[in-house]
Design a protein around this ligand. Structure first.
Ligand code: FAD
Length: 441
């Protein structure tokens, strides 16, 4: 079977699986080689005592133009999140603010002066030449210093566990910079996009995997059948004739194309110079995920998705997610589950705490945010020591340099969350682009 593979995918995390399933959907013959026992990579769902804790991706928006077809063709099961997922909160300056569309303007999260400046966004002229700039600089330019600082912090914390002063607006949140490029303003661009939405296409809604993301990954792997191989840690990828030889202690495989779906630092160990050195450049920020479960009487979890923490929150948690409120099946009946995210680019030192200390910190800070101190009977800490890739200023130029280097090495590609988008939908978008070019005859 493997002899006839036309694309080898190294790494069976969500990134690699989506590429392989998309190649298969388009009629190609992928072969996934995964180092671990199971598919899914960092999205290794924990199931224990009736709790389901997602240590990485836990939800995604559907329908999505590229993700939906891949999941449907693989027969993967997903379910909509509970209605509570619409309710989003921000904790800052000792107060929990609920943000709900235009009504958010009525909250005290931003001062009257800050709101007046924010309302001028549609008339702020875009730059004549777009330069790579930090997320905070971009948001402050558009919405003024107060709202800009808050907005950039929330986006950086919520998606990258990143530092708003270092993340690149264009690399980390291209949808925003594209709105400015196309419509001259985020507000005007957003309204225009809503008006132009094709009729009959439902609005994207939060979805979850009922058996967790590890279950979803297992379904994608099962769809690939014998073309998904676990316990196959690749140690080298090298040019061989007009294709690529992929080797490990488990054996050797050859195909005309190879997609290395590993974060840059891991990919660097497999390929020769000068690409290897290039892959060593980007940074990643380690995080820890803390789960707190207990009875409904002992663990407070408001109806909602969760709370992100602002720049003046005074707490170290980057976000506190109300897991059992928005996602069915994440806690036993009459029990609740909260999930806190710690660390990231701006606070790596918190990871020096022991698991017990992290749990204590999460309990204390959840108490400050929710007004009731949780008394969990089930706790879990998951550390992502390899870290979340950081798309800092310079990332776009780095991707261009990587593209230029690989353009000379026909058939070598990189995929996954280290490159062109960090969430599952971005992985699907890139998988679709790769799938199209790899199956073009
Ligand atoms: C705390 C947190 C919360 C998140 N929340 C969300 C969310 O709500 N929604 C969302 O869309 N995304 C979210 N994400 C991001 C999402 O989880 C990632 O984008 C995605 O899981 C990354 O998948 P990947 O395949 O690129 O990488 P990985 O998961 O790292 O997969 C790489 C795979 O390659 C394998 N491997 C490594 N070395 C080798 C080798 N030499 N040979 C063969 N195989 C190898 C590994 O075992 C692994 O399976 C979150 C991430 C984190 C950390």
């Amino acid at each position: 079977m493997s002899e006839s593979a036309d694309v080898i995918v190294v790494g069976g995390g969500l990134g690699g699986l989506l590429v392989a399933c998309e190649v298969a959907r388009r009629g190609g013959r992928p072969l996934v080689l995964e180092a671990g026992h199971a598919a899914g990579g960092v999205a290794a769902t924990i199931r224990d005592s009736g709790y389901l804790l997602e240590p990485a991706a836990g939800s995604f928006l559907l329908p999505h133009p590229q993700l939906t077809p891949i999941l449907e063709s693989a027969g993967v099961s997903v379910v909509p999140a509970n209605a509570a997922s619409h309710r989003r909160f921000v904790y800052d300056r000792g107060t929990l603010f609920e943000l709900a569309g235009p009504a958010s303007l009525a909250t005290g999260l931003v001062s009257v002066r800050g709101k007046l400046r924010m309302l001028r966004e549609p008339w702020v002229k875009p730059p004549t030449n777009r330069a790579d700039e930090s997320l905070r600089s971009f948001f402050e330019r558009r919405f003024g210093p107060e709202m800009g600082r808050i907005g950039a912090t929330l986006m950086a914390h919520g998606v990258f566990a990143g530092d708003p002063d270092r993340l690149s607006a264009g690399a980390a949140f291209p949808a925003f910079t594209e709105l400015e490029d196309k419509a001259g303003s985020l507000v005007r661009g957003g309204v225009k996009r809503m008006r132009e939405r094709p009729k009959g296409v439902p609005r994207p809604k939060v979805h979850v995997a009922p058996d967790g993301m590890a279950g979803l990954a297992a379904e994608l792997a099962a769809h690939l059948g014998a073309n998904f191989r676990s316990d196959w840690p690749v140690d080298q990828v090298r040019r061989d004739g007009d294709g690529w030889k992929v080797s490990s202690a488990a054996g050797e495989e050859w195909a005309p194309s190879v997609v290395i779906a590993l974060a840059p630092a891991a990919a660097a160990r497999l390929v020769p110079e000068p690409v290897s050195a290039l892959l060593g450049e980007p940074s990643a920020a380690p995080v820890a995920v803390v789960g707190l479960g207990g009875t409904s009487a002992d663990v407070p979890a408001p109806a909602g998705f969760g709370a992100l923490t602002g720049p003046d929150s005074g707490v170290r948690v980057l976000g506190l997610l109300f897991e059992s409120s928005y996602a069915p099946g994440r806690a036993p009946a009459r029990h609740r589950l909260l999930k806190g995210i710690y660390g990231g680019a701006a606070d790596p030192s918190v990871l020096a705490l022991t698991d017990g200390q992290l749990v204590d910190l999460a309990v204390e800070e959840a108490g400050r945010i929710l007004g009731v101190i949780p008394q969990p009977t089930w706790t879990r800490v998951v550390r992502h020591s390899q870290g979340i890739p950081q798309y800092n200023v310079g990332h776009l130029a780095w991707v261009d340099r990587l593209d230029a280097a690989t353009a000379e090495l026909s058939g070598l590609h990189f995929a996954g969350w280290g490159y062109r988008g960090i969430g599952v939908s971005s992985l699907a978008k890139h998988a679709s682009q790769l799938g199209e070019s790899l199956t073009r005859s």
